[in-house]
Design a protein around this ligand. Structure first.
Ligand SMILES: N[C@@H](CCC(=O)N[C@@H](CS)C(=O)NCC(=O)O)C(=O)O
Length: 335
């Protein structure tokens, strides 16, 4: 029915909104993509508990926020073309990669967005055009200047600083190299169909294609670039693969990016939250990484560990996680 439609309030410059939009497109869920603009801000505010996009308005009038719970809820309502893998172990890896992407993969995207003048200017201009499409050039320029002024100091929210710049930038290069390899003979991370991992990972990299500096970096990785493109309107091309097919190129990604960066960082953040410290330092690949604690990451890491504790068929999963240095951080209960 025409009125059985979801509304996704989002922004072309919000990776988490793009993630949810791609998901709705893949599932064929009737929806309207509605860029949040000055004109609809009051309507958005009336439904949003948090001032964040995406916001999904359901046909029954209720509202959903936060991309992972949104997708999980939609999976219950629309079970066809499931983005979950049947094998429990692989499905957990898909969630682990999604969590890595949301909490760590977001760092290079955000860092590159607001670090250099050239990127700040390009993105602020794009955001201004999205928020006030019909305004005059002067109004847009003024809005863009304000966005830039507001967002640059927020670099600290993701831990981007002179101290961490090199590590964050190196982490994007490494992630791209590993993904390029992994995507050389498959369409999606787990084979012929997109999973939670694909939606989480691609959207942060799509954000990178909107920034001059990272746009050039990404262009050099043709497999990654075409996967990003495909993920904007994903279509299944086959089946999920078995671990034996995936392991050769997925293990290095788990080892270096998830076990080497995201998990030790998430553990240090959780530990600092537990001891009520405002700030923490963790050594990642030989570099000190200092940032303010993030409550949201603490909560989502806790949910991930809970999810892990509920996996019943553990033998294969524990072996994979052990061999990639991801097991111990997920087992840690207290500090
Ligand atoms: N955990 C949330 C994160 C949402 C989020 O951080 N949204 C950003 C844009 S990507 C936002 O709305 N920032 C404030 C703004 O754009 O006004 C999710 O997965 O949906």
């Amino acid at each position: 029915m025409a009125d059985e439609k979801y509304i996704i309030y989002g922004s072309e410059y919000s990776p988490f909104s793009i993630k949810v939009r791609s998901y709705f497109r893949y599932k064929g869920i009737p929806h309207e993509w509605r860029p949040r603009t000055q004109d609809n801000l009051e309507h958005f505010k009336a439904h949003a508990k948090l001032p964040l996009v995406p916001l999904v308005l359901c046909p029954d009038g209720s509202a959903l926020q936060d991309s992972t719970p949104i997708m999980e809820e939609m999976e219950k309502r629309y079970p066809d073309a499931s983005i979950s893998l049947e094998e429990e172990a692989l499905n957990f890896l898909s969630f682990l990669l999604e969590e890595y992407a949301d909490e760590w993969g977001n760092k290079p995207m955000f860092h590159y967005r607001w670090w250099r003048d050239i990127d700040q200017i390009a993105v602020a201009k794009g955001i201004a055009s999205g928020v006030m499409p019909n305004a005059s050039r002067e109004e847009k320029e003024q809005y863009a200047a304000n966005v830039r002024k507001r967002m640059v100091p927020r670099l600290s929210f993701v831990g981007s600083s002179e101290q961490t710049k090199e590590g964050i930038e190196a982490s994007l290069d490494e992630a791209l190299e590993l993904l390029e390899d992994h995507l050389s003979n498959r369409s999606f991370i787990f084979g012929g169909r997109p999973s939670f991992a694909d939606f989480g990972l691609f959207c942060q990299l799509y954000g990178c294609t909107q920034q001059p500096t990272t746009q050039v970096i990404i262009e050099a990785y043709s497999n990654v670039a075409s996967w990003i493109d495909q993920m904007l309107e994903p279509e299944a091309e086959g089946k999920f693969e078995e671990w034996d097919c995936l392991k050769e190129t997925l293990t290095p990604f788990l080892q270096k990016q998830v076990g080497g960066l995201y998990l030790p960082w998430a553990v240090a953040n959780a530990k600092a939250l537990f001891s009520e410290e405002q700030r923490f330092t963790v050594t990642l690949k030989g570099r000190d990484f200092t940032q303010d604690t993030i409550k949201y990451t603490g909560r989502s890491f806790h949910i991930l560990k809970n999810r892990f504790s509920k996996v019943e068929d553990r033998a294969q999963l524990e072996e994979i996680l052990l061999s990639s240095g991801c097991l111990e951080p997920l087992l840690k209960e207290s500090w």
